[in-house]
Design a protein around this ligand. Structure first.
Ligand code: SAH
Ligand code: MG
Length: 214
């Protein structure tokens, strides 16, 4: 690991506790790698975008490094859950259903997590569909973390909508990349292959997390 693309970015104990108490899908070793690689690419006044807030677990990790860098994290989600999180599917969590409307709503959980983490000034939740927001996006980004929908359509749209905005020496991070179909869905892996074909090169691989630069 070159010093230039990774920096020490430990999470303070208080935030470790909040992250541990927050629902999500980010193993600790991948969280450590995510912080390290994003911290190395964030500039003061810079912006990182996360696609897929869910309950805010990864946003705590990214929000901490954004605060350390003097940068901002925008975290996007429609907060209605991915396909595999809907009732009857493998990753459904009944606690995340808004009983009044009978649909998932992870936004209150994310807001509580960010409040408990003391990160509300640094992390800006954006509620909406990824493609709706990327369609009018123009600001160059220091880092993009793709961890949203896992259908081929959603994952490819996230890549198409956000990767062009990664600045020349910024970083693109993709989660849930499983080269072997036995380990998981293939859409993020296909996005990873597309990024390589587009001229991105891999700089980090921990578990299902891949970081790339142009
Ligand atoms: N990054 C989170 C986990 C994200 S789970 C963590 O590590 O804790 C994936 C999230 O993507 C879900 O909350 C789902 O609502 C959201 N999502 C799926 N498709 C989306 C889309 N097209 N636009 C915005 N959000 C989407
Ligand atoms: Mg994920």
């Amino acid at each position: 690991m070159s010093a230039e693309v990774f920096v020490e970015a430990p999470l303070p104990d208080a935030l470790v506790a909040v992250a541990a108490a927050t629902k999500g899908f980010l193993p600790d070793d991948e969280a450590d790698a995510l912080r390290a690689v994003v911290a190395a690419h964030l500039r003061p006044g810079g912006v990182a975008v996360e696609i897929g807030t869910y309950c805010g677990k990864s946003a705590i990790h990214l929000g901490h490094v954004a605060r350390e860098a003097g940068a901002t994290l925008l975290t996007l989600d429609h907060h209605r859950g991915s396909e595999e999180q809907q009732p009857g599917w493998e990753y459904h969590d009944t606690e995340l259903v808004d009983p009044e409307i009978g649909a998932m709503d992870t936004l209150p959980f994310a807001r509580r997590a960010l409040h408990r983490a003391g990160l509300e000034e640094v992390v800006v939740p954006i509620v909406g569909r990824s493609t709706t927001i990327s369609a009018f996006w123009t600001t160059p980004l220091d880092a993009v973390f793709i961890d949203g929908g896992h259908t081929e359509e959603a994952a490819q749209a996230d890549y198409a909508g956000w990767s062009p905005h990664v600045r020349g020496d910024g970083v693109l991070v993709i989660h849930d990349v499983f080269p072997d179909p036995a380990d998981g869905g293939q859409a993020p892996f296909h996005v990873y292959e597309r990024a390589l074909a587009d001229g991105f090169a891999e700089i980090l691989h921990v578990g299902s997390l891949r970081a790339l630069r142009r």
